[in-house]
Design a protein around this ligand. Sequence first.
Ligand code: SAH
Length: 219
Amino acid sequence: MIKDNLIDTYKHKGMRKTLVSLLQTKGITDRKVLAAIEKIPRHYFFESAFTEQAYQDIAFPIGEGQTISQPYTVAVQSQLLNIKSGDKILEIGTGSGYQSMVLLEMGANLYTIEYNKILYERTRKFLPSIGYSPKFFNGDGTKGLEAFAPFDKIIVTAGGPQIPESLLKQLTIGGIIVIPVGGEGKQKMLKITRKSETDFEREDHGDFAFVKLLGKEGW
Ligand code: SAH
């Protein structure tokens, strides 16, 4: 991981306040989401030369052809999940681990799964070293995590062609999945709420652009 930038100063905190104000103007109202983003040093994922970029509302490459999601996207997905402290949450696409940190700050009991072995190894070492310890898994998240199901909430942070059937099955009644679905480079953010054993309610929350969801029920 990046080792030359692991100090959190008043300057960084100031930049985070500005980012939080920007997210509020873009419609983020969940106080727990805003508090988490204000607290977490996102520049820890960047080399020191890119500290400014860490607090702009942009996605950024994290190696292995993957990206750390844009703060607004992280905020929207976290807000749509309607997280309560203690919620058992499955995250598909650990990536850098930034979204995982936001969910942990919000009180999640977090299971996170990453397909890419190198990213998995890197984040599994790095996050606990800065005090964040979800349960890490390496594998195809489109299959969910059968052994630990059901989950109160499921968040998918890569874009696929469909909602994986396995994930719907691993949701509690009343549970929520937030997932970008669509073609390459452009997806609709869907919020699916499980109303009963067989009924699912679907809401559309606008256009986003994610990296590809791979695996059995991905691309
Ligand atoms: N939540 C991350 C976003 C990372 S980008 C963050 O905050 O940084 C999406 C990630 O999903 C990539 O790391 C990619 O390797 C991973 N991914 C893609 N398909 C996957 C799958 N089927 N199962 C698990 N992870 C997957």
